[in-house]
Design a binder for this molecule. Structure first.
Ligand code: GCO
Length: 482
């Protein structure tokens, strides 16, 4: 039965409204209680790697101010808070006995959430690999997957049934391809063969962690968060269509196929054959581990993409696209693709195109191609050039419009049969945006970094109404009216 338009503003009872952060981006206190260095501590302290040399040393000081942030979540009215556990806070060297003090911080956080009636959703890996494991080879090394399973078991046993929903790995694509292929994320390497091997071992680590968490918390609901993309060809020329298929393979099918079908896509196995060590690291039985059943699929979505064959920049330009003049990164060069953008198309402060309908397109594609699987939008949000007004408020109508549009896109995907059960705004707080440092603000809450002062933005109040009513303001009304 088709819902009426009015219903399309309303979410079903039980829909999970949440918000999200990640340890290295918000916690600070990087030496507290014996926390060891992660690859992001090393990377951010390496000159030239992050904007202005920004690091996560202080970040939002969430490690010390978490109680204040929990109160903000109460005000926000969210049903769930997605946060990540810092592996080097739990195991300072990435292996061996756990740090009780490190685990205690997360126990306090989980208890504080329960005390406020907010469900904790734990991400086990949000990119902060303990540096000693990278020194031993990092994710291109198979042993790292085993170390990750050991760490997952420790955290699951420590937090136990206080956590119902577990996300093993956040965006393995970023960890592998930005970190080992493009060099713009930690550990800052630029080797396609290493990136492909890291890709496989991150998925293997996910599969091993699924078993570890299930064994410690039998009732757990377990998934992972993928930053799946929408890669459209710039023209219908066969070379552009093939280029978009290669990007779809690298960003989407090389995850969804092994996870949900138990095999890598043949075209991408062929593409990466010979990039060593690459996917030559696959061993018998690995795909059975990787495709262990999960209870939900987390999808992080921000923006669609348009792709042309690397040899067709002039044609893409002639077709009206903006073609970047920067040198392609090693991963795109290997795929023989260029990303192009639509002129005068609305963009966020990251230069990412704003097209909410692309989220519907993505969610319904997953449903169509991989069957019915419960999905959570575990990240969606936007950076804009926010500022504090003279009266001390932060008005961010663009962010309200962005969130309104993408929440409507979720409703439309549900209407089309996708089982989307929740939505998490990235992010609760302005925070350390990786290579961009503190120059990009994604938060519902403004952070005054020198003082740590929190200022809820207008979008915070807008989202609090949505979580309260379980519905969006009728479209066009109050959706971030300037
Ligand atoms: C990601 C990460 C977040 C980012 C956010 C904005 O999805 O890249 O999970 O840590 O900060 O997505 O880029």
């Amino acid at each position: 039965m088709s819902e009426t338009d009015a219903d399309l503003d309303r979410f079903p009872a039980g829909f999970l409204f949440g918000t999200a952060t990640a340890a290295y981006q918000v916690e600070g206190s990087v030496h507290a209680d014996g926390r060891g260095p992660s690859i992001w501590d090393t990377f951010s302290h390496t000159p030239g790697k992050t904007r202005n040399g920004d690091t996560g040393d202080i970040a939002c000081d969430h490690f010390r101010r978490y109680d204040e942030d929990l109160d903000l979540m109460t005000e926000l009215g969210v049903g769930a808070y997605r946060f990540s556990v810092s592996w080097p806070r739990v195991q300072p060297t990435g292996k061996g006995p756990a740090s009780t003090d490190g685990l205690d911080f997360y126990r306090r956080l989980v208890d504080g959430l329960h005390a406020r009636g907010i469900e904790p959703v734990v991400t086990l890996y949000h990119w902060d690999l303990p540096q000693p494991l990278q020194d031993a080879g990092g994710w291109p090394e198979r042993d790292t997957a085993a170390r990750f399973a050991e760490y997952a078991a420790i955290v699951a046993q420590a937090l136990g049934d206080g956590v119902a929903r577990w996300i093993t790995v956040n965006e393995p694509w970023c960890a592998a391809w930005l970190g080992y292929g493009m060099g713009v994320h930690a550990p800052g390497l630029t080797d396609v063969g290493l990136a492909a091997a890291a890709h496989h071992h991150l998925l293997l680590g996910h599969g091993e962690a699924v078993a570890a968490v299930r064994s410690a918390v039998p009732a757990a609901q377990i998934g992972l968060s993928l930053n799946l993309g929408v890669a459209r060809p710039a023209t219908d020329d066969p070379d552009d269509v093939a280029a978009a298929l290669r990007v779809d393979g690298n960003q989407n099918r090389m995850f969804l196929d092994p996870l949900l079908r138990g095999s890598y896509p043949a075209d991408m196995l062929e593409h990466y054959r010979g990039r060593l060590p690459g996917l030559s690291v696959i061993r018998d039985g690995d795909l059975q581990v990787i495709s262990r059943p999960i209870d939900f699929l987390g999808i992080n979505f921000y923006s669609p993409g348009t792709v042309a064959d690397a040899s067709r920049a002039a044609q893409a330009n002639a077709a009206g696209y903006c073609v970047p003049d920067e040198q392609p990164n090693p991963v795109s060069a290997d795929l023989r693709v260029i990303s192009v953008t639509r002129p005068a198309f609305p963009q966020t402060a990251m230069g990412w195109e704003i097209e909410p309908g692309a989220l519907t397109e993505l969610l319904t594609r997953v449903r169509r191609d991989y069957g019915q699987i419960p999905m959570l939008v575990t990240e969606n949000g936007a950076a804009f050039d926010d500022y504090v007004e003279p009266e001390g408020t932060v008005r961010d109508p663009e962010r309200i419009r962005y969130l309104d549009g993408h929440l409507r896109a979720v409703l439309q995907a549900r209407e089309a049969g996708a089982d989307v059960q929740g939505y998490f705004v990235w992010s609760l707080l302005d925070n350390f945006e990786w290579g961009f440092g503190y120059s990009k603000r994604f938060g519902l809450v403004w952070i005054d970094y020198p003082t740590g002062t929190r200022i809820p933005k207008e979008s915070f109040r807008w989202y609090a109404r949505v979580t309260q009513e379980g519905a969006l303001p009728p479209s066009g009304n109050d959706a971030g009216s300037a």
